[in-house]
Structure formats: C-alpha cells, structure tokens
Write a protein that binds this ligand. Structure first.
Ligand code: F6P
Length: 531
C-alpha cells in the first residue's frame, strides 16, 4: 500500500512541518523562486513556484515517484507492455504520434508501427478529397458539412480539438458534433444542414455504444428520407472504429472505415482515426504538427530527469494537494476562448482515468485519496462567477492557468489591447491567490488570506503543435498520478452499471408494460414518467 511506503511516511511527517507555511514567506525568503521553480518543454513553460512546496517537499515527492517505480512504468508503457492489466491490453497512444519508423513499441506490438501510418495515410487522402470538394454526396454535390457522431472520447477530443484549432480550420466547411442521446442534440445539429452535402463520421471504438448507435441510426433515417436510396449511405457515412464486423453490419462500407486498435483508450484517442474530423477541419499538415507537438512532450516525459519533467511535476503536485491537503478538486482555467472545451475534455481524461478505488493488485483503497475532480471555464468569464470561492472560500482549490504570449486575434481597444487585458488578468489572479491582501480594519470580509496554489502554463501561441503538447502533458500527468496511487488509469468499469440498468429499465417505460419489482423510488419515478 502506498501509505506503507517509507517515502510516503516521510512526506506525511514533512507535511506537518510545512502545511502552514505561507507563499508570502516562501517568496520573501527566496528571491529566485519564481525563476527557479519553473520548467520548459515542447514549447510549454511551466511556472510551479506558486505551489505550497519547499525544496524538501519537491525532493520527497520525487523520491516517492522513484519509490513507486515511475521510471520503469513509463518505459513499460512506451515499450507496449500490457499495463492495462484488467483488460490485458497495451497502452500506446504515444505510438499514434511517433514518427514513421520510430515507434518504440513496434517490436512488441507490430500494429503500433507501420499500420498506424497506413491509417494516417488513408485519413490524409480522404481529408484532402473532402477539403478539395472531390468527395461528393450521392447527388453529386460536394460535401460541405461534416458531422461527427460519437460520445466520450469519441466526441470530447474531436470537439475540443476542433474548437481549439478553429482559427486554422476551413471556414467554408461546417463542423458539428452530436453526442447526447437526447434527440435535441441530433435535431438542433442537423436542422439547417442539407443532407445532399452532409457527411457523417460515426466514431465509436466499440461500435456498440448506445448513444452513438441511436444517433447513427437517426442520421441514416435522416439521410434516406432526403435521398431515398440505400446506396446513398456509402457516400454520406464513414466510420472510425476498432470493430470492422459491426461497422459492416450497420451498413457502412468497410472501405470507408478508418481503424484503430484496442491499445488506444477512448479518452486517449483524439490523435488516432478518431481525429478524422480534426484532420478534415485543419488539414493533414496541421494535424501532423499536432502529432509532432504531442510526440515532443512524449519524448520529454520519457527521457527528461524527473525533477525537470513537466508531466511528472504536475502529477506529483496534484497528488500532494489531493492526499495531504485533502483538496478535492483542480480548476483548469485556460485564458483563451479557443480552449473553451478543454476543461470538459480534461474531465474525461482525468476523472475516467483516476476515479478508481482499488489498487492494481485488487486491494480496496481506504487510506488515501485518488482522482481529483477537474473542472473549469475559460478566463476571464470564470472570474465573474466562481473565482469568489477560490479566493475567499473555505476550500483549497489548486488552479492551472493556461495562457499565450500572442493572440490569434489581436484586437486593439481604447482600453488597451484585448490580449494584454486578458493576460494581465492571468498574472493578477495567480498573484492574488498566492499572496492575498490583509483586510482593512473592521472589514474581515475584505480579507484575502492568499496561500492558494496555482500553476501557470505559458506558450507562445495556440498552434496545433502546442495543443498536441498540452494534451500529452495532461495525459502523462494522469499517468504519473496513477503510478503513485497504484491504480489502472486505462479501464473504466465504473461506467458499466448505469448502462446495464438503463437497458433493464427501458422496457418498463412503455405505458402498458408491467412495472418492475424494483425499489420504491424507481417504481414511483417510472409511474410519474409513464403518466
Ligand atoms: O463512457 C464509457 C466509454 O467507454 C468511454 O471510455 C468512451 O470514450 C466512450 O464510452 C465511447 O465509447 P466508444 O468509442 O466505444 O463508442
């Protein structure tokens, strides 16, 4: 158990010594702290100086990482060992972005080598045809609307990347993302689209997910209703999946299927064929640049000393707040409107990965915390809503600020250019959180006690490569946390029970079906629903 490790016990004793130290003191006693507690890789600069740590804390956290065998676990992942033990699978999202011929896992998992690049080649050819207007619909009109149907990792990555990289996207093409089984999502996403010009990408690793299958069937009906002929499906539907048989059964020509593999987890899949919509939006070259950005961060994670390793540092700091300060959450605060879906994307990445309470050997975890709750909104909007609690509430909320030196939309204004106004707020917020401000006499409600920790991630500009690096940074931070907590961040059995129960309950929703012999709350709700 983690808590039995000597390195963990040392941290526990150390926590008692430093838990009341104030960031004001730490900065006052070390003029170089802001510069010293920083690291840089793959175009990302991480300032972690405003964390409640001393040099000794960092030394002990790094010792814990060594003690938990982080280095060996990183190597095992890149090598293609079956580290997803509950499902007996390798974990190789890093192979998706390794340059051709450079996959470290190909020796052990041959598909993680050349086949990755063959799929990328097919994606490039297809994306180029759509972008050039050469991929025509059933009536001969070029495709103008691309609708991704998927959920979870088959939606959140694509929609986040599309929004993040919208600046680079083809503005004459329309992109939509349908995920929710709520018919409103389908209806509102398609109501203004011409079926003759619409291509559906059905994105599902398993090709069994209820929401996606229901939306795909509705898309099929919608297309057939307009175009009349089942032969139209082949021109208006492509699939991204690991399950060719199920794709064929749905009626999509497997020649129009882009495959990936069971060693790509759903929430780690945005750079697999699941990214087809992204590639159509920004073009193959920019998609390649995104892969290169992730690869640069992969290499940094794999090779940099732990003490300078961005994902390792961020992962260890999350463990420090979660397990010692008992912070329950992490707020992710991107100061870039294009990253508005980044917190939602990170929620699946972090919480589906780290929301576990048994160790790799199956022991129940009772003595320490795992998986923080990730949440956030883009700045500056959050400042006028929930920041009050972060500044003055009783809870400790570690924050990740993300900002860029240059805006993609420089806009002067009489009050100062928008980007300076935006970035002044990033620096002001982390400063206010860290250092606070004493209350004027008799006005305790004006006190900012400070000592509220944050990281600041700064990059030159939001480019495809920087987005790739950011995604890999958080993926590997998650991995680091999982290694410390001795949990499997690559399965998600916690989503299953709800799915099974929904299937059981479904027949009881019909008005004349017998009511199930169920708990009194469920039965009463069913009666209310049936009316
Ligand atoms: O919610 C569970 C989950 O399995 C996610 O992990 C996954 O990203 C999502 O469902 C969608 O799965 P699929 O791509 O197989 O449709």
């Amino acid at each position: 158990m983690l808590t039995d490790r000597e390195s963990f016990k040392k941290l526990t004793a150390h926590f008692d010594e430093v838990k009341n130290l104030h960031l004001r003191e730490l900065f006052a006693n070390d003029k170089e702290r802001g510069e010293r507690l920083s690291a840089e890789a793959a175009g990302l600069y991480l300032d972690y100086s405003k964390n409640r740590v001393t040099d000794e804390t960092l030394r002990l956290l790094l010792a814990l990482a060594e003690d938990c065998g982080l280095r060996a676990r990183i190597d095992a992942m890149f090598r293609g060992d079956k580290i997803n033990t509950s499902e007996g699978r390798a974990v190789l999202h890093t192979a998706l972005r390794a340059p051709r011929g450079k996959s470290l896992a190909a020796a052990q998992v041959p598909e993680a080598g050349e086949p990755v690049h063959q799929v990328l080649d097919r994606m490039r050819a297809f994306a180029n045809r759509v972008r050039a207007g050469e991929w025509t619909g059933f009536t001969g009109k070029p495709i103008r609307n691309i609708v991704n149907i998927g959920i979870g990792g088959s939606d959140l990555g694509p929609v986040m990347a599309y929004e993040a990289l919208r600046h680079y996207s083809r503005r004459d093409l329309t992109f939509r993302f349908i995920s929710n089984v709520d018919g409103t999502d389908f209806c509102e996403s398609t109501r203004d689209l011409n079926p003759e010009e619409t291509l559906f990408i059905v994105a599902s690793k398993t090709f069994t997910t209820l929401e996606t299958m229901a939306n795909a069937q509705s898309a099929r009906e919608w297309t057939l209703k307009a175009l009349g002929d089942p032969a139209a499906i082949a021109r208006h539907f492509v699939a991204v999946s690991t399950a060719a048989d199920k794709v064929a059964k749905f009626g999509i020509d497997t020649a129009n299927m882009f495959e990936f593999w069971d060693w790509v987890g759903g929430r780690y899949s945005m750079e697999s064929a699941i990214g087809l919509s992204t590639m159509i939006a920004i073009g193959p070259e920019k998609f390649d640049a995104m892969l290169a950005g992730s690869h640069a961060m992969d290499e940094h994670f794999r090779t940099a000393p732990l003490a300078q390793n961005l994902p390792v540092l961020m992962g260890l700091l999350t463990v420090w707040y979660d397990d010692f300060f008992k912070a329950q959450t992490v707020a992710v605060l991107p100061y870039d409107q294009y990253l508005k879906r980044f917190p939602a994307y990170l929620q699946q990445l972090t919480m589906e990965s780290l929301g576990k309470s048994v160790t790799l050997s199956g022991e129940k975890i009772t003595k320490y915390e795992t998986g923080a709750i990730f949440w956030g909104e883009p700045g500056t909007n959050g400042q006028h809503s929930f920041y009050q609690l972060i500044h003055q509430g009783t809870k400790l909320v570690p924050c990740d600020f993300i900002g860029f030196r240059k805006s993609l939309n420089p806009l002067p204004s009489p009050l100062g250019n928008h980007h300076d106004l935006l970035m002044a707020n990033v620096f002001a917020q982390s400063k206010a959180l860290a250092f606070g401000k004493p209350a004027p006499q008799g006005q305790p409600y004006r006190e900012f006690d400070g000592n509220r920790p944050s990281n600041t991630i700064l990059a030159e500009q939001l480019t495809p490569a920087i987005l790739g690096a950011l995604v890999a940074l958080y993926e590997h931070s998650v991995f680091t946390q999982a290694v410390i907590w001795d949990i499997n961040p690559f399965d998600q059995f916690g989503v299953e029970l709800g799915k099974v129960l929904a299937a059981e309950i479904l027949p009881s929703l019909a008005k004349d079906a017998p009511l199930p012999n169920d708990d009194s709350s469920t039965v009463t709700l069913l009666k209310k629903y049936r009316g």
